[in-house]
Design a protein around this ligand. Structure first.
Ligand code: F6P
Length: 579
């Protein structure tokens, strides 16, 4: 395991300068905008289809200059190049990190320009070739399911796909599926089972017809307890329901045939897929250089490819690639993910922010914050650096969020007037996927025929404005407010936001958004010197669950071996279970 040691950011000259700059800085978004008419334009950047307005952040030009200098001192660009070329930057697992290779367009030998591109060969593997070979198989399978050529064991076409996976094998596919709902082929539905709580698989299968249901078992390792347990439950469900319908003989051959038509798998461990009983011809592989939380654009996205079709999936990948190219080719000063990652460092390490809100004003993005939680927190929730030494700064923030406007009526109070600094990203699309221009109003806020999407986005614009500029006591008084209530109605302003606006929630835009946050996460990880691609922190709980399982299922010796609190809790559980 050899790697360039991380640069301790706190030893860089820019870190010291940022500290001094912070001490001398009084955030004043009102004043900054008033004194600088070019601020909004200068701090609004493009990433492919995304317009990203950074101007309502608590930064001056000097702040950004110092942050970019920090990125240079810790060599963000060098680390990005190392990632792209397949260096083992996932140091603790001694692996390359090549999710960016999943979305490189295929090289057309007829196309001189593309043909001149160097093939990506890493550790002896022709990565481009393998990626596109699997994609072709996924697309072929997706086409067959969509056209009805692929049928269940009784010859009926597939109507429901159930993706069984957890973490990155669930959150990415479900988030993209929900985001691209308007692109889903009519007559097809995808459901997602993740939790080992058996009520999840029960609820997702209760009303399904086994003859028209296809299960995708998605697991990078094919060793995850939740996924394998749910896959076994689903297989049992299939056999029992087919037998109940009188279409499955009570023979091993019949059961195997049913699994062959109703189960496919996605994994890096194809031997384990075969051991489960899934035909290797019905398995789609990927590689250990794809982290689970970076895998939605691999075969892990098979459920999405079936739902929206290969063309839309290709567009999704193109969106990812456009963001990758932006990072690779844009100077740091205008590089959107670099600047957003650096802003997060600024808030976390210099302004003591602990959390970061992501607030999509697009209902179809309702799973985006949950997806980002794994991406960001599993990546950067670390206390040691990639050389094993302790980190020298605070690391990963808590990411959270809900779609607007729902969040406005729930937790925005704290963002506006609480004591904590909560940087927030607001995401919106200009064109709704499903216009509702004929919404019926009641003579109140919404007139018949009102453009409800514009009304919706008025909230997006209003919130970031209120957060930035607030409302002074004099402004409150000018409204005739009783003096006793004035303090409660003051908004301090200077609450930082980034606004991201896209033309529409197309597959490409979804890809751009996901890749944007992948790269933001990467940049923060490099500054902090951490391996953003391992996740050892999830291992202890998994191991203990296996160890505790006998105690919970009645092994008294195992129960006695527990600590007093755990023992008492399990005993109470057993008592409640019996009653
Ligand atoms: O427990 C965490 C984790 O390893 C994630 O990183 C991963 O996305 C998830 O479990 C699922 O893993 P797998 O795809 O191997 O089932």
């Amino acid at each position: 395991m050899t790697t360039t040691p991380p640069t301790d950011p706190t030893t860089t000259s820019s870190w010291g300068a940022l500290g001094a700059h912070r001490d001398a800085l009084t955030p004043d978004l009102r004043g900054w905008f008033a004194a600088d008419p070019g601020r909004a334009e200068r701090l609004t950047l493009d990433l492919a289809d995304l317009t990203v307005d950074l101007s309502k952040n608590l930064v001056t030009d000097e702040t950004l200059t110092l942050l970019v200098a920090l990125a240079r001192e810790v060599d963000v660009a060098g680390r990005y190049e190392a990632m792209l070329r397949g260096d083992h930057i996932n140091v603790t697992e001694d692996r390359a990190v090549l999710h960016t290779a999943l979305r490189r367009p295929s090289v057309d030998p007829e196309d001189d320009e593309a043909g001149s591109r160097e093939p990506l060969v890493v550790d002896g593997q022709d990565v481009d070739h393998d990626v596109h070979e699997v994609l072709a198989r996924v697309y072929d399978f997706a086409d067959k399911v969509r056209s009805g050529e692929w049928t269940g064991v009784t010859g009926k076409r597939v109507e429901t796909v159930v993706n069984i996976g957890i973490g990155g094998s669930d959150l990415g596919p479900v988030m993209v599926y929900e985001a691209l709902k308007p692109y889903v082929q009519p007559g097809l539905e995808v459901r997602f089972v993740s939790n080992i709580d058996p009520s999840d698989v029960y609820e997702k299968t209760a009303d399904l017809d086994p003859e028209t249901t296809l299960f995708i078992v998605a697991s990078k390792t094919f060793g995850t307890l939740e996924t394998l347990t749910n896959a076994r439950l689903a297989r049992q469900w299939l056999w029992e329901r087919l037998a109940d319908a009188g279409v499955l003989d009570d023979t091993d051959d019949a059961r195997t045939a049913a699994v062959g038509k109703h189960f496919v798998a996605v994994s890096t461990a194809l031997d384990k897929v075969a051991a489960f009983g899934i035909d290797p011809d019905n398995a789609f592989g990927f590689w250990d250089w794809v982290g689970g939380r970076y895998s939605v654009d691999s075969a892990i996205g098979t459920s999405v490819a079936i739902a929206v079709g290969p063309d839309a999936f290709e567009e999704l990948l193109a969106g990812f690639h456009a963001a990758d190219e932006h990072v690779r080719t844009t100077p740091l000063e205008a590089n959107v993910p670099v600047l957003m990652g650096l802003l997060n460092v600024w808030y976390t390490n210099f302004l003591d922010a602990h959390t970061h809100a992501v607030l999509p004003y697009a209902q179809y993005l309702h799973r985006f914050p949950a997806y980002l939680q794994q991406l960001t927190m599993e990546s950067n929730g670390k206390s040691v650096r990639w050389d094993g030494t302790p980190v020298t700064t605070q690391t990963g923030e808590v990411f959270w969020g809900e779609p607007g406007t729902n969040g406005q009526h729930a937790f925005y109070q704290l963002i506006h007037q609480g004591t904590r600094l909560i940087p927030a990203d607001f995401i919106a699309v200009a064109n709704p996927a499903r216009p509702l221009l004929d919404a019926v109003g009641d003579g109140a806020a919404v007139e018949p025929g009102a453009d409800v999407h514009s009304l919706f986005l008025a909230n997006f614009f209003a919130q970031t404005k209120a957060l930035a500029f607030g409302k002074t006591a004099d402004e409150v008084r000018a409204e005739g407010t009783d003096e006793a209530i004035v303090p409660a109605r003051v908004f301090s302003g200077n609450r930082p936001t980034t606004s991201i606006l896209a033309p529409a929630l197309t597959p490409s835009v979804v890809g751009q958004l996901v890749a944007l946050y992948e790269h933001i996460t990467f940049v923060q990880g490099v500054v902090w010197g951490i391996d953003s691609f391992d996740q050892w922190g999830v291992e202890l709980g998994k191991k203990l669950a296996l160890e505790i399982a006998p105690a919970v299922t009645g092994d008294s010796a195992a129960l006695d071996a527990q600590d007093p609190s755990t023992k008492a809790l399990i005993a109470k559980y057993l008592e409640l279970r019996e009653s």
